[in-house]
Unconditional design. Structure first.
Length: 198
């Protein structure tokens, strides 16, 4: 299977790339490093990425910049970081990628527990996550050629301890739990699902 990993140089992407490259052809895509570079806030950059990739069987996105900070730092400009990054960046991976993906392929996007369990300083991420999850459910009933789409929605992950203080009382998701959530999406039969790996 030919897998495209967008966000491959991040914490989640690095772990997942190492897990999946043993079994499949893996193309690492990142904003600063990887087999192919992409700026997911640019439709032109995404189109260029897919032209380099060619046909593929599954795309996994662990990318999606958002604004993290106190409520009083939010304004139109800062809020657009999540809108243009995590929200529209991932949506455009699907809208453009559907023209390159093989029949019966799959898209797996990243959201997070903040969509239904907000925390201080993460209003931007909560909004972006909620929008992406709504998109996943809607796209699932309209994508053709047997193409599936899901989102993986973890809470804070064990390899990002710098975020632990922001998620009081949350038990961190292990990297193996995260991996199995993505495996369920990529290799399972479900579509339109919000997979919670905890």
């Amino acid at each position: 299977m030919k897998l495209v990993m967008v966000g491959a140089s991040g914490t989640m992407g690095t772990f997942l790339s190492q897990a999946f490259e043993q079994e499949h052809e893996l193309i690492r895509v990142g904003s600063k490093s990887g087999d192919i570079l992409v700026d997911i806030t640019s439709t032109e950059s995404i189109e260029h990425m897919f032209k380099q990739v060619g046909s593929f069987d599954a795309l996994i996105s662990t990318a999606g910049p958002t604004h993290v900070g106190p409520w009083n730092t939010l304004n139109d400009r800062t809020f657009r970081k999540g809108v243009e990054g995590k929200m529209m960046g991932q949506i455009n991976l699907v809208l453009i990628g559907q023209h390159y993906i093989n029949p019966k392929g799959s898209f797996t996007l990243i959201t997070g527990a903040l969509s239904h369990d907000p925390q201080l300083n993460f209003a931007n991420a909560s909004a972006a996550n909620g929008a992406v999850e709504g998109f996943v459910r809607a796209a699932a009933i309209e994508l053709g050629n047997g193409i599936r789409i899901n989102a993986v929605s973890p809470t804070v992950i064990e390899d990002s301890p710098q975020y632990f203080p922001y998620f009081p009382g949350d038990i961190p998701v292990t990297m193996k739990q995260l991996e199995y959530g993505f495996r369920k999406s990529v290799f399972g039969a479900g579509t339109g699902q919000i997979i919670k790996p905890y």
